[in-house]
Write a protein of this length. Structure first.
Length: 250
């Protein structure tokens, strides 16, 4: 197996001696020979597991960062120009309704298989949640705050950047948390183009006579990754919005 970052893992290349042997045992139909939890499986296949987890986390973080870089300016533009709000949200909604398997498949002829089509798809799916939360956050700023800014001579753009956007941070962080958890789940679908992170292990487990330990290990790691990233974003949100915490305590 290639250890080069960004390399594609064809499903066939993920076969290891330990997994193949275990899958043959699982085919016997004996529940004791095909446990759902197996520390022995983790030890024998830690190389595959760690690489899949690294790939999964990297795709998730990169996709959410790119989506934020696109969604925040779009949300700000829609807030400044309300006429553009419906087209922007509508377009992101239409893109969100495209089935992930179809989107990845459509992208392959132009991007090839591997990381690129998966990353593009993940960014597309994260946009709707992020754009909506940016708009909700900016629109939810107290009108008295805006009036005070106008009284101080703030122009429209200055008010957006220095008053409305900071007050919208809690809503934006909430959107980022939701988009991140959703992206962790969607990465697994990338297995159809050979770059699905932990989804590669899930697919291999189903293909190898439904090897329970492989399937459940990958599933639990997906859940753990989503929880860890959500917790980190929650802590970041608390750190960058101390005024919101003080307001709740008061």
């Amino acid at each position: 197996m290639s250890g080069v970052p960004g390399s594609v893992w064809p499903v066939t290349s993920l076969e290891t001696t330990g997994t193949t042997a275990a899958s043959l045992t699982a085919a016997s139909g004996d529940p004791a020979a095909n446990p759902w939890l197996s520390w022995d499986y983790v030890q024998r296949n830690w190389g595959d597991i760690s690489r899949a987890l690294e790939q999964h986390a990297g795709l998730t973080v990169q996709a959410v960062l790119i989506a934020c870089a696109i969604a925040v300016p779009l949300g700000m533009l829609a807030h400044l120009r309300p006429r553009l709000a419906a087209p922007i949200v509508g377009t992101s909604s239409v893109l969100y309704t495209i089935p992930s398997l179809a989107l990845f498949t459509v992208l392959v002829p132009w991007t090839g298989i591997g990381r690129t089509p998966v990353l593009i798809g993940l960014v597309v799916y994260a946009l709707l949640v992020l754009v909506r939360n940016v708009l909700v956050g900016l629109g939810g700023v107290d009108e008295s705050v805006r009036d005070a800014a106008r009284g101080l001579g703030y122009g429209r753009l200055r008010m957006l950047l220095t008053v409305e956007l900071p007050n919208a941070v809690p809503a934006i962080i909430a959107g980022v948390r939701l988009a991140t958890v959703t992206t962790v789940a969607l990465v697994t679908v990338g297995v159809v183009v050979g770059y699905g992170g932990l989804g590669q292990l899930m697919f291999r487990g189903f293909r190898n006579n439904k090897y329970h330990a492989e399937i459940l290990t990958a599933t639990l790691l997906c859940l753990a990754l989503a929880l860890v990233l959500d917790l980190l974003l929650w802590l970041i949100g608390r750190a960058v919005t101390p005024w919101a915490r003080r307001g709740r305590e008061a």
